[in-house]
Design a protein around this ligand. Structure first.
Ligand SMILES: *[C@@H]1O[C@H](CO)[C@@H](O)[C@H](O)[C@H]1NC(C)=O
Ligand SMILES: *[C@@H]1O[C@H](CO)[C@@H](O)[C@H](O)[C@H]1NC(C)=O
Ligand SMILES: *[C@@H]1O[C@H](CO)[C@@H](O)[C@H](O)[C@H]1NC(C)=O
Ligand SMILES: *[C@@H]1O[C@H](CO)[C@@H](O)[C@H](O)[C@H]1NC(C)=O
Ligand SMILES: *[C@@H]1O[C@H](CO)[C@@H](O)[C@H](O)[C@H]1NC(C)=O
Ligand SMILES: *[C@@H]1O[C@H](CO)[C@@H](O)[C@H](O)[C@H]1NC(C)=O
Ligand SMILES: *[C@@H]1O[C@H](CO)[C@@H](O)[C@H](O)[C@H]1NC(C)=O
Ligand SMILES: *[C@@H]1O[C@H](CO)[C@@H](O)[C@H](O)[C@H]1NC(C)=O
Ligand SMILES: *[C@@H]1O[C@H](CO)[C@@H](O)[C@H](O)[C@H]1NC(C)=O
Ligand SMILES: *[C@@H]1O[C@H](CO)[C@@H](O)[C@H](O)[C@H]1NC(C)=O
Length: 709
């Protein structure tokens, strides 16, 4: 049989199976009573059924060609077993190998365990074998090299629990192989190149998310038809071998998050590249002028490397570019060499954390499809151009630490953008005044606003009240004065407000207790166009895609009592009222904030006792009432008892086992006792809160907007 030529996306179409309903209708109309599947085929299927515990309509006395997921040919022999996403458990039956006409077997997205039977890999009929997204384990077995040539063309074993080295001889007999997807397993050792030697039509190799190590083998140069090589998230090291650059058929080269080094010059021979992803490696060269040879390039990811030098003018030749991601490198110089007018399809430009200088190049403003522009933390300077209004699709703009001046003008220019949802302008406009006038009008769709660390004077401006889509506001580290305005509660979607380290005054308004998003358990969505932090592990205690709900009023001049209504903010994750002049007691109602993970009331003038009900806050991982005037015993059981003395210190009338002042004895205990107590407390602390580390990391990220860039 002639092996097929196709791309991975096409083969799914090619082998597209009719939907089940349609298949049944067709089959039932074709089937005559005599014309039924062979006993042998049926018995094999039933045997498989027995091993899988399959709860489907497979019955002994019916024609197996009419069974769900089964397709037969004209000779009434089974050609397709299509049982994806059926919650199948148990192991894959070797009896499948008895279906001698079987062409396509799809068992993906089930709960299958055990190994991959040799009978399937060495089947003399199967051309498409998909067992991806299961729990298959063990090593892949070597086939004897005497095995006759296999017709297998597509093998997808991705997203399983396979281990061990990749067998080499197996691929010598799969001469028809076109696609091999082994990603997301735990394979070790060198990356295999044997399919390249024996399979002349081999086109796609996906080995990403494994534990492959060693160099990229030169043997890949034998893959002369290869269009896709994906081996990101492994432990590959060394330089990219020259031989790889001979595989000019490559369209997608994706090797992120390895330890690869070396210059990029050779890559420019791969003139068919559409995707080039070498992010998160140890590359330390510059981008050669010859990048202009890659005229089909759409995705360029060289982020998180040690690359340096200027961006070459050659980049302007890559006219199909959609994404340029160069963040976290040492690139420098002005951007003037690149003519962005030549990149009309550019959607994302991310230059965060580099050393670029000069003005933002005018030519960027002609990229009318640009949706995300992040230039933060470089050495750009100059004014914001009015031409930024030309970017009609711009949704994410981050110009943190760009020496911008005249905040009034900047906000006037940007407020006219109807597409803008996220705006980070922190560390600019030093010592200017927050504008509060009618000339700031617009920002209809703004959801996230970062104007932190600008040492701005003035107050929380009234124009904010009109931005009814706001979800997150970062105004920390400024010099704003006056009280929090009552209109704050009219921002219906606001779930993150950080106004810490200002000079705000007055009481904490009860309006704040009415903020709808903090009261409802509506999920706080991920609002960022660009991943705000892309190297952070996923969260354990938040729903995926959710953002923590945060209220940070710390380091201001707020006075008066903590409002009793605080208990209404039921879905708050972090509450920080530290370093203010708050007096009165800790409200009992706090115990209603069941999701709270961070509670900081330190350095205020709070009095009274610690309500026992705070022990109900089971998720609390950071807690401080340090430096107040609280009194009485610290609860000796429950959540609060797990925090160290430093959470409670500075309250002379407080007593408890973790602080110097023990209850029942006004004298401080001997130092030795204190220190043994400390050790045991610490041990409990470690055990109880190890699990919260991940959330801690995230929380810090949220707070320190500089990481958003
Ligand atoms: C069916 O497969 C099993 C397991 O591989 C094998 O032992 C048996 O001989 C096969 N039966 C036939 C009729 O081929
Ligand atoms: C297997 O079935 C799943 C679900 O229907 C489908 O997404 C996948 O493309 C199929 N695999 C192959 C190789 O066709
Ligand atoms: C390989 O499989 C993974 C899922 O396990 C999928 O995300 C990836 O896109 C596949 N690779 C290719 C080249 O299709
Ligand atoms: C690349 O291919 C050329 C021509 O086919 C050949 O001369 C050269 O030796 C190859 N280079 C490597 C490193 O394999
Ligand atoms: C990048 O360079 C710095 C020194 O300039 C070095 O310490 C670091 O290890 C390098 N990073 C990688 C990933 O090679
Ligand atoms: C940049 O490219 C545009 C369109 O291709 C062209 O009109 C313009 O002259 C170029 N600018 C420079 C400085 O080369
Ligand atoms: C950034 O560039 C300046 C000169 O423009 C240089 O002094 C500085 O060392 C560079 N910083 C890095 C991290 O490369
Ligand atoms: C800032 O820009 C505004 C126009 O938006 C202008 O009226 C004002 O004079 C500028 N301020 C400074 C200090 O340049
Ligand atoms: C508070 O903000 C000011 C700028 O207004 C800044 O200089 C200072 O470092 C900040 N303090 C802290 C503790 O972050
Ligand atoms: C509370 O906010 C203050 C001021 O911003 C900060 O110093 C402190 O670390 C925060 N507390 C916690 C637990 O994050």
């Amino acid at each position: 049989m002639k092996p097929l030529h196709f791309s991975y996306s096409k083969y799914t179409k090619k082998f597209h199976m009719p939907s089940l309903g349609l298949a049944l209708v067709l089959l039932i109309s074709l089937v005559s009573p005599i014309d039924s599947c062979t006993h042998q085929e049926r018995d094999s299927l039933l045997q498989i059924l027995a091993e899988l515990g399959l709860a489907v309509s497979w019955r002994r006395n019916t024609d197996c060609c009419t069974w769900e997921g089964i397709t037969c040919n004209q000779d009434r022999k089974v050609t397709d077993v299509s049982m994806a996403s059926r919650r199948l458990q148990g192991s894959i039956s070797p009896f499948l190998g008895n279906l001698t006409a079987l062409l396509r077997l799809n068992l993906s997205h089930n709960l299958l365990s055990g190994g991959l039977p040799l009978e399937l890999v060495q089947s003399s009929s199967i051309i498409v074998l998909d067992v991806s997204f299961n729990r298959l384990t063990g090593d892949l077995i070597e086939l004897p090299s005497s095995t006759p040539a296999q017709p297998l063309q597509v093998l997808d074993i991705s997203s399983n629990l396979f281990t061990g080295r990749f067998p080499s001889t197996t691929w010598e007999v799969t001469k028809s192989l076109v696609v091999l997807n082994a990603s997301t397993n735990s394979f070790t050792g060198q990356i295999p190149t044997t399919p390249c030697v024996s399979a002349p039509y081999f086109a796609m190799l996906d080995l990403s998310f494994n534990k492959f190590s060693g160099n990229i083998p030169p043997g890949l140069s034998n893959c002369s038809k290869m269009t896709l090589l994906s081996a990101g998230h492994n432990q590959l090291s060394g330089i990219l071998p020259d031989e790889l650059f001979n595989v000019t058929s490559l369209e997608h080269l994706s090797l992120p998050d390895n330890h690869l080094e070396g210059p990029l010059n050779g890559i420019m021979k791969l003139t068919n590249l559409v995707t080039l992803d070498l992010g998160g490696n140890g590359l330390n060269s510059n981008i050669p002028e010859s990048i202009g040879e890659l005229t089909k390039l759409q995705e360029l990811h060289l982020d998180h490397n040690n690359m340096s030098g200027e961006l070459p003018s050659g980049l302007s030749n890559c006219i199909d570019l959609i994404t340029i991601d160069l963040k976290s490198n040492y690139f420098s110089g002005e951007l003037t060499k690149v003519n962005f007018s030549n990149l009309p399809n550019l959607k994302k430009l991310d230059l965060l954390y580099n050393n670029f200088t000069g003005n933002i190049p005018e030519s960027i403003y002609s990229c009318s499809k640009l949706t995300a522009l992040r230039l933060s933390h470089n050495q750009f300077h100059g004014q914001l151009s009015e031409k930024i209004g030309n970017l009609k699709s711009l949704s994410f703009l981050s110009l943190v630490n760009s020496s911008l001046t005249n905040i009034t003008r900047a906000l006037q220019i940007l407020s006219t953008s109807r597409s803008l949802t996220t705006l980070f302008l922190g560390f600019n406009f030093m010592h200017e005044t927050m504008p509060d006038d009618y000339t700031i009008d617009g920002f209809e769709n703004l959801q996230v606003l970062g104007l932190n660390d600008c040492s701005l004077s003035g107050h929380i401006p009234h124009w904010l009240s009109k931005l009814t889509n706001l979800r997150m506001i970062f105004l920390l580290n400024n010099r704003l004065t006056e009280p929090i305005p009552d209109w704050i509660s009219s921002l219906n979607f606001l779930f993150c407000l950080d106004i810490s380290n200002n000079s705000l005054t007055g009481t904490i308004p009860s309006a704040l207790m009415d903020m709808p998003m903090l009261r409802s358990d509506k999920i706080a969505p991920n609002v960022f166009e660009l991943p705000a932090y892309d190297k952070i592990p996923s969260l354990q205690y938040l729903r995926p895609g959710a953002f923590p709900k945060v209220l940070n009023l710390g380091m201001n001049n707020f006075s008066g009592e903590i409002p009793k209504g605080i208990g209404k903010l039921q879905t708050l994750l972090s509450l920080n009222l530290s370093y203010n002049k708050l007096s009165g007691g800790i409200p009992q109602s706090l115990c209603a904030l069941k999701n709270l993970q961070v509670l900081d009331f330190s350095s205020n003038h709070l009095t009274g006792t610690i309500p026992n009900t705070l022990n109900d806050l089971h998720f609390l991982s950071k807690f401080s009432i340090y430096n107040n005037d609280l009194e009485g015993p610290i609860p000796t059981t429950g959540q609060l008892s797990t925090f160290p003395g430093s959470s409670f210190d500075g309250n002379p009338k407080l007593c408890g086992p973790m602080i110097v002042n023990h209850c029942g004895s006004t004298e401080a205990g001997p130092v030795s006792i204190v220190s043994t107590k400390d050790i045991s407390t610490e041990a409990i602390f470690v055990i109880a809160f190890g699990a919260f580390f991940v959330v801690g990391v995230l929380y810090d990220q949220i707070i320190f907007v500089r990481y958003f860039g």
